[in-house]
Design a binder for this molecule. Structure first.
Ligand SMILES: [Zn+2]
Ligand SMILES: [Zn+2]
Length: 130
């Protein structure tokens, strides 16, 4: 399935919108703008979004593979303010504001797992799938 690609003008870095669920969001979600960068993806912006409109735009199909790290100007989650995510190893969706210490439950698919760390390249990503 085609993933939505936001930037179409030549010369601009490839960018995608991925979705994140936050425990503080009370049923809402938010979009995170990722931009292709050296060695992976840099996330540059976050904005509140309704899940229904995200589905309509096809953003729920976006999967980010590889290393991710915040841009210096990344504003953080619009609900809880964190600059980091956990990427579910099962469905490749983003979660934030995971309260438990070492295990997490994915709000998208219900997968549970052990956290690898919040430090950017320590985050579980889907790069090894298959
Ligand atoms: Zn959050
Ligand atoms: Zn999941």
């Amino acid at each position: 399935m085609e993933e939505p690609i936001i930037s179409t003008r030549s010369g601009e870095p490839e960018a995608r919108i991925a979705l994140c669920k936050c425990k503080e969001a009370k049923g809402n979600i938010y979009g995170v703008r990722f931009q292709r960068a050296d060695g992976g993806w840099k996330y540059t912006w976050a904005f509140e979004m309704k899940e229904s409109s995200a589905k309509r735009e096809g953003y729920d199909n976006t999967q980010i593979m590889g290393n991710i790290y915040p841009d210096d100007n990344y504003p953080g989650c619009p609900y809880c303010g964190t600059r980091y995510f956990v990427v579910c190893g099962n469905c490749q969706h983003l979660n934030c504001n995971i309260n438990t210490g070492e295990t997490f439950t994915c709000d998208w698919c219900g997968n549970t797992g052990t956290l690898g760390g919040f430090g950017g390249d320590g985050i579980a990503s889907g790069g090894d799938r298959g």
